[in-house]
Ligand binder design. Structure first.
Ligand code: ATP
Ligand code: MG
Length: 410
């Protein structure tokens, strides 16, 4: 629903900070009624929270479709055999293992190379079928040891995972560059500035990968970045040290910062194709293994990072494109907000209408906590006009109802 009456919303806000949450994102999201914790690292997404998650998901979906990604949905429960084939069953410590009542072993998806590689290669017969890129937006499960960062480290979390298949290293590199640009657009639309960071390629490769890092003290990574150019490296693989001159641009110095990884891109090489022995026929009629790339975005983590970046002492301040609603309409002192609620709906403006009979002070405090970008107040004191204010600004304007749409759409 693009609009909603707050009197109908089943969630409520909480005045007090939950004692079992240590990070700002989890504290504010829980207090404002966006999420509710079931256990460490596992949350329910409530009506307001799910709207935000869907908005982030849709930004990601649009940009993945724009680079030719084809959306699919893969299973989240897998037979042990595919994880044994790649070595992940024994090597990946976060892999959740499940036993059935007949003592069969299964794994829960923590990433899905094991499913996607044989799946896509079932349909790729010759070089003419390449390149291909498929993705899904699905829940992942990881047996994480420290889930104390709210949405930043879930045991269950929402991820966009794309996998690409190529004939040559050159074609992979071409797509890799396209994806890096697409990722930067994704984060920008969410209101995040992500640094492209050199990082280790993981357990199976010596190659570097690129992580997309957003500076925040709530993050769990340390990065070194140049104060003058784009150079950025995860301290895990850095040869450089803090305070040193940047060798790339010879201008800036390297500064250290805490960051959260909101996505990454990997060159998988032929590892998975070889493990499953899946090939295509090249121009000369020879069997070849495709080169694969893998591209992840932490959708639920991004939601947490956005809250870490956009808040003040009163609550969350959602960037417009991810906000649960565009407008929070408050009816004060028995004023009738029905007309403006109707007209906003007719204009396609997403609106949460606080039609409850509670004090103005409570309504204002809740609106600030929830953090919808525009607040519109109707009140008998306003002589038929309305008050409109941005969550980011202190001063409100008193305007004619007719002007409201004009202001919002600008
Ligand atoms: P991290 O180093 O933070 O554990 P990772 O290297 O294990 O991340 P990937 O396996 O590449 O991450 O997953 C792709 C993306 O999914 C990451 O860039 C991150 O944004 C997100 N992600 C990974 N683990 C979690 C988690 N436990 N909770 C929420 N998001 C996660
Ligand atoms: Mg991890």
């Amino acid at each position: 629903m693009p609009y909603m009456r707050q009197s109908q919303l089943f969630t409520k806000t909480e005045r007090n900070t939950p004692k079992d949450e240590a990070t700002v994102n989890a504290q504010l999201l829980a207090r404002a009624g966006f999420v509710s914790k079931l256990m460490a690292g596992v949350y329910s997404y409530l009506p307001l929270g799910l709207r935000v998650l869907n908005n982030i998901e849709n930004i990601v979906r649009e940009e993945m479709d724009a680079v030719g990604g084809q959306e699919i949905s893969m299973p989240m429960i897998h037979p042990k055999s595919i994880w044994a084939t790649t070595g992940g069953w024994n090597k990946i410590d976060v892999l959740f293992k499940v036993k059935s009542r007949t003592e069969k072993d299964y794994a829960l998806g923590q990433s899905e190379e094991e499913v996607v590689t044989p799946l896509v290669m079932k349909y790729v017969n010759t070089y003419k079928d390449l390149p291909k890129a498929v993705y899904q937006i699905n829940w992942k499960f990881r047996d994480e040891l420290r889930s104390k960062s709210g949405l930043l480290r879930g045991v269950e979390f929402l991820m966009k995972d794309m996998y690409s298949f190529h004939e040559s290293q050159e074609d992979f590199e071409r797509f890799y560059a396209v994806m890096k640009m697409a990722y930067l657009r994704v984060y920008e639309r969410m209101g995040l500035v992500a640094k492209v960071t050199e990082a280790s390629g993981g357990a199976f490769t010596q190659k570097v990968s690129y992580e997309f890092m957003v500076l925040t003290d709530a993050g769990e990574d340390d990065i070194l970045y140049c104060t003058a150019c784009d150079f950025c490296v995860n301290v895990e693989i850095a040869k450089e040290k803090e305070g040193e001159r940047c060798t790339r641009c010879e201008k800036g110095t390297l500064a250290k910062a805490r960051a959260s990884e909101v996505g990454n891109v990997f060159d998988l090489g032929q590892k998975f194709a070889k493990d499953f022995d899946v090939t295509y026929t090249d121009k000369d009629g020879k069997k070849q293994y495709p080169i694969m790339g893998c591209f992840g975005i932490g959708i639920s983590r991004a939601m947490g990072v956005i809250v870490e970046k956009y808040n003040d002492e009163r609550g969350i301040i959602w960037p417009e494109l991810v906000a649960p609603f565009a407008v929070h309409l408050l009816a004060l002192g028995g004023a009738d907000g029905e007309k403006i609620y109707d007209s906003l709906q007719k204009e396609g403006v997403q609106v949460l209408y606080d039609d409850r009979e509670i004090s103005a002070g409570e309504k204002f405090a809740e609106a600030d906590l929830i953090g919808i970008p525009w607040r519109i107040v109707v009140s008998p004191k306003l002589d038929g006009k309305v008050e409109i204010k941005k969550r980011t600004e202190k001063e409100a304007q008193i305007v004619d109802i007719k002007e409201v749409l004009h202001i919002i759409k600008k």
